[in-house]
Design a protein around this ligand. Structure first.
Ligand SMILES: [Zn+2]
Length: 239
């Protein structure tokens, strides 16, 4: 007889090596809501940075970063809704699952963009501005070829993409905001523990979503405070 404990209601058994974990209906709901609630705040966040922009370059950067934020929460929500209501939408679910993974690469590139675009960089470091997008494109090719095949390689790709551009950012002469940037990175890493715990911890994926939201909020705060608001305050002082 199957052993029933209170947690089993909320969690299914762990998936095999090359399979995807099947969430319970409680987990599906939590996965959808934890990112759906952030779509509108992401739009507002982008509009705010756009409003604080002093020139065209800042405006483009606000747009790129904002689109990265919106895309992350929007694609994630659509994927989790399709995954919840699947039955006759198998191929669409597979497609959106790949998009959900691809969008993470572009989100990481977009998150670094304000720092790379709006801080002064050395001639070599400036190449990171386009290199992050090349890495995101490489990640996309990987997802389309090896989706769900080598999960640890995929995780290694995300961590490389997440930390490699930091080499440039941490070597900038203006270090304002680096503490928040590092703290946000630390929160993402804590969240990875839950990202890899489907079937071990109930609601693991939804908890991962919460960590993503917290880390994204910390990074947004740093970008708003040190890259947009401070330049606007300087302009006011100069007048
Ligand atoms: Zn998700």
């Amino acid at each position: 007889m199957k052993r029933v404990n209170s947690l089993q209601r909320f969690m299914n058994t762990r998936a095999g090596a090359n399979c995807r974990y099947q969430p319970t209906c409680y987990e599906h709901a939590a996965n959808c809501y934890t990112h759906a609630f952030l779509i509108v705040p992401a739009f507002v966040g982008m509009a705010l940075l756009h409003r604080l922009s002093d020139d065209r370059w800042e405006r483009i950067t606000a747009w790129v970063y904002g689109m990265g934020l919106i895309a992350l929460f929007l694609v994630s929500t659509v994927f989790h809704i399709i995954s919840w209501k699947k039955s006759h939408m198998r191929s669409m679910e597979h497609c959106f699952h790949m998009c959900d993974r691809v969008v993470i690469y572009f989100f990481i590139a977009a998150s670094y963009t304000p720092w790379l675009n709006l801080r002064e960089l050395g001639p070599l470091a400036a190449h990171m501005r386009w290199f992050v997008w090349l890495m995101a494109a490489a990640g996309t090719i990987y997802v389309f070829n090896y989706h769900e095949k080598y999960k640890l390689v995929e995780l290694a790709f995300y961590l490389t993409m997440g930390f490699f551009p930091a080499l440039v950012v941490t070597s900038m002469s203006n270090t304002d905001g680096l503490y928040e940037l590092a703290f946000g990175g630390f929160v993402y890493c804590l969240g990875v523990v839950f990202f890899k715990s489907d079937g071990v911890i109930p609601f693991a994926h939804a908890i991962w979503h919460v960590f993503v939201a917290l880390a994204a909020a910390i990074h947004y705060y740093a970008i708003w405070k040190y890259l947009y608001r401070s330049s606007t305050l300087e302009d006011i002082r100069d007048v």
